[in-house]
Design a protein around this ligand. Structure first.
Ligand code: FAD
Ligand code: DLZ
Ligand code: SF4
Length: 504
């Protein structure tokens, strides 16, 4: 007798381990759209449509490749609402002794599958689409006093041979980040992301999402994401052609009216399995050796994928369960409503949030230094911040989102992931963007009703958390600056901050 192979919504890869070991002559595939996965957070409408449409396209490809596949639709009247429930139903229909699944990306679902006790044995395979296995990351992390992405990244360079000349990094340096901090200007030529027209399948899904999730956050149309591997490969080529050469220079830049700049917009395709992270890196590396893109761009891009992305996943599995509830700074305030409406006079926040609403996308510096920075400075409960990020981005899965939010952006893990909190006043945002020109607040004013809220909140954050943060060598300087201020000035900052916080 064959097996049932369960394929999850973010496992849409033809080289998935469970498909590699499976036998189309004997085994049966199961894919299911279920309420539980569609609602464990209130996903953005575009994210729902993206996942469901990509699942349906992938199922068609598998069937065309000769697999016997059972596909359960969300509006199937017998749908049990959960993946374990669908396994139970499939096992009533087919007698098998083994269920095969590639390890889920999220702890929540892995636990649910491990707890499942059906009439068949469940075998879980390691997900080979990542470079670092759990064991490899654990042994790398063990025995280190401090975990630093940079050293992990160098190991991944050596392991993959990406941008390596023998044992040495291409160009003599491992990291060219210092060249990647230019602010952008509006008169620059801006590449546009590749847009795909929705086909019949996607149109059905768009109707379904509007009908089943009318109140979810986000604008559903225009919907232009790639939903097949072939289209995602085109999006990859398009990025390499038009944006990669300047990806490095403007990696940290933000510009009003330009949500995408020189970013790749590939994370949602990689995370769902339509693109393989290593193939993406090899394409970028090829562009460097062919003279199409400079080293600072290509190294920076590759570092995000084989460095940060893998590192985040390692931290997640090292620290779960419990990681998403960490709250090292004891932040308790509720997430302000304007994270859902975009209605705020802060131009930088309004831009990041409305763009998130429209596109299910914001680039890294917006996520980190605008919405993330504000939440940390204002002392928003990190679990609520985490749930927001997990819901609103098309690329959001907990294994990558939680370390970025809880660790990198909120410092809620107490500094496991970053050596200091990414806290910044309006000055940083003004340096890296042009948002402040059209803002209801004045970035130059430090206190008072017109002052940029980031300014007093920055000091309030440092003072509120002085006991926990003042020993951090990288924060010595700001605490010294504070101590040199007059008592009146200090008081003005704290009163201004209180007014901002009261208004949230
Ligand atoms: P590019 O700027 O073009 O970068 C290239 C690729 O590098 C991305 O596609 C992605 O695969 C990878 N990458 C870059 N930065 C990171 C990072 N910090 N961690 C992991 N991979 C990275 N990324 C997600 O994939 N899912 C998330 O849910 C997510 N949540 C985030 C939340 C916060 C608070 C922050 C600060 C970052 C988050 N990131 C997340 C990381 C990063 O912001 C996104 O990967 C990136 O913005 C995706 O857009 P892009 O494909 O245009 O990226
Ligand atoms: C994100 C998502 C959504 C919205 N819907 C489904 C679904 O209906 N069926 C499914 O198998 N997977 C879905 N997914 C992706 C899963 O949530 C994802 O596989 C787990 O979170 C593990 O990473
Ligand atoms: Fe953002 Fe402050 Fe600049 Fe306004 S002034 S855009 S709130 S940084």
């Amino acid at each position: 007798p064959g097996r049932i192979i369960l394929i999850l919504g973010d496992q849409l890869s033809h080289d998935l381990p469970s498909l590699q070991v499976g036998d189309p002559q004997k085994d049966r595939l199961l894919m299911a759209e279920v309420a539980e996965e569609a609602s464990y957070v209130p996903h953005h409408k575009k994210k729902l449509a993206f996942v469901l449409s990509a699942m349906r396209h992938f199922a068609d490809e598998l069937t065309a490749a000769g697999w016997d596949l059972k596909y359960v639709h969300l509006d199937d009247p017998d749908n049990s609402g959960s993946l374990t429930g669908e396994l139970d139903r499939a096992l009533e229909q087919f007698t098998v002794t083994e269920v095969l699944v590639t390890e889920p990306g999220e702890y929540r679902l892995k636990e649910a599958l491990n707890r499942w006790s059906g009439p068949a044995r469940l075998t879980m395979l390691d997900d080979s689409r990542f470079l670092a296995s759990h064991d490899m990351f654990r042994s790398w992390a063990e025995g280190r006093k401090q975990l630093r992405m940079e050293y992990f990244y160098r190991d991944m360079r050596r392991k993959t041979g990406l941008l390596m000349q023998g044992d040495s990094p291409e160009g003599g340096k491992w990291n060219y980040d210092t060249e990647n901090r230019k602010p952008a200007q509006n008169d620059m030529f801006m590449p546009k992301p590749m847009r795909c027209d929705p086909d019949r399948i996607t149109q059905d899904v768009l109707e379904l999402v509007e009908q089943r999730f009318p109140r979810n956050f986000g604008r559903l149309t225009p919907f232009w994401f790639a939903v097949t591997r072939a289209a995602a490969l085109k999006a990859l080529d398009h990025f390499i052609d038009v944006a990669l050469p300047l990806f490095g220079d403007y990696q940290d830049a933000m510009l009003d009216g330009e949500p995408f700049l020189y970013h790749s917009l590939l994370s949602q395709y990689i995370n769902i399995g339509l693109l393989n992270p290593l193939e993406v890196c090899r394409s970028a590396e090829r562009a460097y050796y062919e003279g199409h893109a400079p080293l600072n761009a290509v190294e920076g891009f590759i570092r995000q994928i084989i460095g940060w992305r893998e590192y985040m996943r390692g931290i997640y599995w090292l620290k779960m369960p419990g990681y998403t509830r960490e709250n090292a700074l004891g932040a308790r305030r509720d997430l302000p409503d304007f994270y859902w409406s975009g209605e705020t006079g802060m131009a930088c926040m309004a831009a990041a949030i409305t763009q998130t609403r429209d596109e299910a996308y914001a680039h890294h510096i917006q996520r980190l230094m605008v919405t993330g920075n504000f939440a940390m400075l204002a002392g928003i409960n990190p679990h609520q911040v985490h749930e927001w990020y997990l819901a609103v981005y098309a690329d959001a899965y907990e294994w990558v989102e939680a370390p970025n939010v809880i660790g990198m952006s909120q410092f809620a893990d107490g500094g496991l992931l970053g050596s200091k909190p990414y806290a910044a006043s309006g000055n940083y945002i003004n340096k890296m963007s042009n948002y402040c020109r059209n803002c209801a607040y004045d970035v130059k004013q430090k206190t008072g009703p017109k002052a940029c809220p980031f300014n007093p909140l920055y000091w309030d954050f440092l003072i509120r958390n002085r006991e926990k943060l003042s020993k951090n060598p990288r924060l010595m300087q700001p605490y010294r600056t504070w101590d040199r201020m007059s008592a009146d000035k200090q008081q003005e900052y704290l009163i201004s901050a209180e007014k901002v916080l009261d208004s949230l």
